[in-house]
Ligand binder design. Sequence first.
Ligand SMILES: Nc1ncnc2c1ncn2[C@@H]1O[C@H](COP(=O)(O)OP(=O)(O)O)[C@@H](O)[C@H]1O
Ligand SMILES: [Mg+2]
Length: 323
Amino acid sequence: MAKKKLKIGVLFGGKSAEHEVSLRSAENIFNALGKDKYEITPIKINKNGKFKLDIFKNFDVIFPVLHGPFGEDGSMQGLLKVAGVPYVGAGVLGSAVGMDKDVMKRLLRDAGIPIGKFTTLKLGEKITFEKAKKDLGLPLFIKPVNMGSSVGVSKVRNEKEFNQAIKKAFEFDTKVIIEEFINGREIECSVLGNDKPIASVPGEVIVKDDFYSYNTKYINENGAIIQIPAKLSKKSIKEIQELSVKTFKTLSCEGFGRVDSFLTKSGKVYINEINTIPGFTSISMYPKLWEASGLPLPKLLDKLIELAIERFKKEQKLKTTVN
Ligand SMILES: Nc1ncnc2c1ncn2[C@@H]1O[C@H](COP(=O)(O)OP(=O)(O)O)[C@@H](O)[C@H]1O
Ligand SMILES: [Mg+2]
């Protein structure tokens, strides 16, 4: 008898500035999921955040292909956890800390992982340009804390740009991060697993624009080149892979995560961030790096679904009564 097909719900869209990116990631995943093994249902969340909650009960696994707030920040993961359905990727905690660049960087710093200097501002708090310049140098990077796809991110070199950048970042979030500029190559590494995560070969984003902005990522086709694998010394590859896995573990991530770092001319690695639901479009780094490491997309998706079920079963074994 043929094995019963697993019912997979692919959750996408969502109330986020990264709604459109999610549509492209979801299409790619939908097309590559093995139709012989899975019965696949796309579940679209519209831009107002509307979708049918009771729909979740019908699935063996939910694959959230959502980016940014409401999808990648632990809120959807909490909903799925309460609904009692296995889901792909980091749980509530890993998603929340991975999304918040302030909390993420504090945890990385605490674990001794190399990161750049930063300071954060809550809505209503102020810092003068002179103070930021004195503490962090120039140029500076200013970002909303809970965002992705470079939405609301600015590189600033003077006071006028500084004030505009802070205003812009606060349009997206109630907390803003100001970072020192790290002058380095942009290296990305894919991590996969639950308790024993593994790292892919690293890739490089060779940015031709001023920085890897939203425009460079999704609009200007000539703004950046993706190089897979990245041309690196064996030593740097090893260091980046080890730091990427350490970052993934430190941030309590599960399933998948793409760890992005900077590599300076002198060979020093700085971790920039983790993406707990990495881009999954047909040209995205996360699946491409696994392909280059010997794991093609359909197999990668099988693995992610397995990991979702493994985590769910582990959590189900936990006692919910005192005795
Ligand atoms: N501290 C920094 N130094 C140098 N470049 C940076 C720094 N922070 C961000 N960038 C540039 O801005 C891009 C987007 O910033 P990032 O922190 O990755 O935000 P997002 O989560 O939106 O991708 C990076 O890929 C890089 O090009
Ligand atoms: Mg980034």
